[in-house]
Design a protein around this ligand. Structure first.
Ligand SMILES: C[S@@+](CC[C@H](N)C(=O)[O-])C[C@H]1O[C@@H](n2cnc3c(N)ncnc32)[C@H](O)[C@@H]1O
Length: 353
């Protein structure tokens, strides 16, 4: 892995505070805690296959979305250069690597210091050595610098699969999870910026309402902004409870939609997601070779609006010769199989040759 420095301070061992503590037993059947699921999957690859066959995503993994559609629009060929701006679990990257071999190269970018080394190791174990695949801990806004450092003047194809990975969402310790309690953090790169807990404590009601509306189209933005701003919430469940309490007239079964939107808006805010996307859209043409292709998967309207606008303006300005006229959606089969694909929208563009 290259680029930003990762701090690897060793964990300190401490003496047991109590003489004997009963070990928490893991039943082995239908584990509920992420740590147990994750342990099980690390031990037992047959379990992973079973979970996948049941239509679920095994803990600690990510199922790539719209792989066939992305391969069709990127049309990777042997010997070509690819940049995967959102490496994640490496699902898309792995498929692209197969197509650009032999002699091709894929640069995988991700700003998550926790998952990136695991993905790098996984792809290495699959046989992709440093001559064909390199992992870069970088925000994708830094793509030009990563290309320049690798003496690449332009990529044949660029992929961005926006948002968070299943590994990040499913790990309660990362603080994205509404389902399982965890520290209220939500940073993809925990070494940068501030966690949601600190962000909310400093927020002002009006500014928070604007964020809830602008980042997630939350209809109760004003009410929730007033209820949540300036307050101290330590865990994801504390925040979810406060959202429920702030909406006494909303039916219980509808509350989860508000909770999801508030979580989405706050995640976008603390990770500065829209400004990174806007930078990527601005630098894309220069990062592509003439005739190069770009594919972007978005998961909500705030992202899709920005991508659509940039591609339309690029075509009008002659930067892109072709763009997706219609958004591409996952097939009904994929939506059934992978619920996370339901909200995905794929757009593509081709740089003028
Ligand atoms: C949806 S996942 C990508 C999954 C991947 N396509 C796969 O097949 O496994 C999104 C990934 O992009 C990363 N990410 C999101 N925004 C980023 C940014 N601005 N710069 C770099 N990485 C980013 C996240 O950390 C996460 O790992």
């Amino acid at each position: 892995m290259t680029d930003e420095t990762v701090s690897n301070a060793p964990a300190t061992d401490s003496a047991p505070a109590t003489p004997h503590k009963r070990r928490v037993r893991y039943s082995g059947r239908n584990p509920r805690r992420f740590e147990d699921k994750y342990k099980e999957h690390k031990r037992d690859t047959a379990t992973i296959a079973k979970v996948l066959a049941s239509g679920k995503t095994p803990a600690g993994t990510h199922r790539p979305i719209m792989v066939a559609e992305i391969l069709q629009v990127l049309a990777p060929q042997p010997g070509e250069i690819a940049a995967d701006c959102t490496l994640g679990y490496g699902g898309h990257a792995q498929e692209i690597l197969v197509k650009i071999s032999p002699d091709g190269k894929l640069l995988g970018l991700d700003h998550d210091p926790i998952e990136l080394p695991k993905t790098e190791a996984r792809l290495r174990a699959l046989g992709f050595d440093a001559s064909v695949f390199t992992a870069h801990r970088s925000n994708f806004a830094g793509l030009p610098q990563v290309l320049a450092a690798n003496e690449i003047s332009g990529a044949d194809m660029i992929l961005a699969d926006l948002g968070v990975s299943s590994m990040q969402i499913d790990d309660p310790a990362r603080g994205f999870s509404v389902k399982q309690d965890g520290p209220l953090d939500m940073r993809m790169n925990p070494q940068r910026g501030q966690p949601v807990s600190a962000f909310l404590e400093k927020a002002k009601p009006d500014a928070l309402a604007r964020i809830l509306m602008g980042n997630a189209d939350e209809p109760k933005a004003v009410q929730l902004g007033a209820a949540l701003a300036g307050k101290k919430f330590t865990t994801t469940h504390e925040l979810a409870d406060a959202i429920r309490a702030a909406l006494p007239l909303v039916a219980k079964e509808d509350c989860h939609l508000h909770i999801r939107r508030v979580f989405q808006a706050l995640r976008i805010a603390v990770n500065d997601e829209f400004s990174a996307l806007e930078t990527l859209l601005r630098i894309l043409p220069a990062a592509l070779k003439p005739g190069g292709r770009v594919a972007i998967l978005t998961f909500h309207s705030g992202e899709d609006r920005r991508v659509k606008k940039a591609f339309i303006e690029g075509r009008q300005g002659g930067i892109y010769s072709e763009i997706a006229d219609e958004v591409i959606r996952a097939t009904p089969e994929e939506r059934n199989f992978n619920p996370r694909s339901v909200s995905a929208k794929l757009r593509w563009a081709k740089r003028t040759a």
